[in-house]
Design a protein around this ligand. Structure first.
Ligand code: FCB
Length: 456
């Protein structure tokens, strides 16, 4: 195997999420989600943008799948919108919602593209939020019921499932910093949400496993390399804290059935006494077939004195995020491919032979369609090249990395940033919904056609 070649069978894909691309929020019997409410609340998203239309994928999915086939994608990771399947989060399935995803899956399969379903990418039915949301234990069973409904409908044609996308974001951006839906700022609730999300994952995993022993089941975490700005003890402690809240609070219970004690100590009274009940941790640690990792950047941190406003790190609000010296993306995130190798290496050390997939990796840059009709996104192409090299190095070092999904297939509604941040390898002109593959898409197509990184 030459240096640049990826192993045979390595999965190449692209990812999206329902609320970010679908639009059609009032069609097909879809109910409201917390993101409809949040984005329609003045001041919550940049420019007041909402996902009402997004990339209109709900109507353009056939063309979008054909475009994926043109690019040579082997796999497509998308999420199912819970409120399309259960408009109020409970009860029988809305057949029209399920039919949409069945048709999408069949279309993908007709091109030989493997569908990869994420059950929850942040769009909790609003009715369930009104009943308490993720801080309420009842939501755990609601999620397992929903997962079962979706699996009943798609299980005969979908082999790869991830329960949750980035539970850290759902819990800490949704309930602590409040920059994501439902926009709450209650640290105790964020901690409750964390546990219930993980428990919902475990329960859903067990439920699907019971009826589909061959299904490949996993979860997707957003993991970061975390480094202290200096080796001063206070900065080392800041790094321990952020690594704890961001990475270990999720990895340890999922992989080892225990919460990290130092993180529980940091959280102190924010952890309610009755939160973790007998048997919960065993459920959370239900065996996985794969772990999805979303990697974007590194956190470099130091100790500070003042609590940061809107900190998503309860109990560690004084920790300061330090801008590195590296180039940054349009999100202000350091471009740090070495961090990806560190993350893969540490997860592999903890997870042993568990197959790992990069379920998201990519970068926002302010792209423009130029006079030649193309989008020359050199920076994104360089970002992808350097991170794919990192993947290749990790594999060479023995990490069981089995696939890579670029975030994102196309420009879309980037949550609180609205349409101002473009992550796609395909450009979307929101006025016309015209799709234009960017140069990075052409680069990516070459990589996956050849199964290797082109030289240069
Ligand atoms: C991740 C999300 C995804 C997208 C990227 C940029 O945290 O899973 O939906 O917003 O970031």
């Amino acid at each position: 195997m030459s240096d640049a070649r990826f192993p045979d069978g390595f999965v190449w894909g692209a990812a999206t999420a329902a609320y970010q691309v679908e639009g059609a929020v009032s069609e097909g019997g879809r109910g409201r989600s917390i993101w409809d409410t949040f984005s329609h609340t003045p001041g919550r998203t940049a420019g007041g943008d909402t996902g009402d239309l997004a990339a209109d994928h709900y109507h353009r999915w056939r063309d979008d799948v054909a475009m994926m086939a043109d690019l040579g994608l082997q796999s497509y990771r998308f999420s199912v919108a819970w409120p399309r399947v259960q408009p109020d989060g409970t009860g029988p399935a809305n057949q029209e919602g399920l039919d949409f995803y069945r048709a999408l899956v069949d279309e993908l399969r007709s091109y030989g593209i493997e569908p990869w379903v994420t059950l929850y990418h942040w769009d909790l039915p609003q009715a369930l939020q009104d009943a308490g949301g993720w801080p309420a234990r009842d939501t755990v069973s609601r999620f397992a019921d929903y997962a079962t409904l979706v699996h009943d409908a798609l299980g005969d044609r979908v082999g790869y499932w991830t329960t949750l996308n980035e539970p850290w974001c759902s819990a800490f951006l949704g309930y602590a910093s409040g920059v994501h839906a439902p926009g709450r700022t209650d640290a105790r609730d964020a901690v409750r949400a964390t546990h219930h999300l993980l428990l919902g994952h475990g329960l859903a995993t067990q439920a699907i496993r019971a009826v589909a022993p061959a299904a490949q089941l996993g979860i997707t975490l957003n993991l970061y390399a975390v480094t202290p700005a200096t080796d001063a003890p206070a900065d080392l402690d800041a790094a321990r804290r952020i690594d704890g809240l961001q990475n270990r609070l999720f990895l340890d219970p999922l992989l080892e059935g225990r919460y990290p004690q130092d993180v529980l100590d940091d959280l102190g009274p924010l952890v309610d006494d009755d939160l973790v009940r007998d048997g919960d941790l065993a459920t959370i640690a239900a065996p996985l077939d794969l772990l999805g990792i979303n990697y974007y950047t590194r956190h470099t941190v130091r100790a500070g004195d003042e609590p940061a406003p809107q900190s998503p790190f309860p109990g560690s609000e004084t920790v300061v995020m330090v801008q590195g010296e590296k180039p940054v993306t349009d999100m202000g995130w350091d471009v740090d491919p070495a961090g990806l190798i560190e993350v893969l290496d540490r997860v592999h050390r903890q997870a042993g032979p568990l197959p790992l997939y990069i379920t998201e990796n990519g970068a926002a840059f302010p792209d423009e369609v130029t006079a030649d009709g193309a989008v020359h996104d050199l920076e994104r192409t360089a970002y992808l090249r350097s991170h794919l090299r990192a993947c290749r190095s990790a594999i060479a070092a023995g990490v069981p990395l089995r696939g890579y999904f670029v975030w994102s297939l196309m420009d879309n509604f980037e949550w609180g940033h609205g349409y101002r941040k473009r992550f796609g390898i395909v450009h979307v002109d929101y006025a016309t919904q015209r799709r234009t593959p960017k140069d990075s898409a052409l680069y990516y197509a070459t990589v996956l056609r050849e199964g290797r990184l082109p030289s240069g």
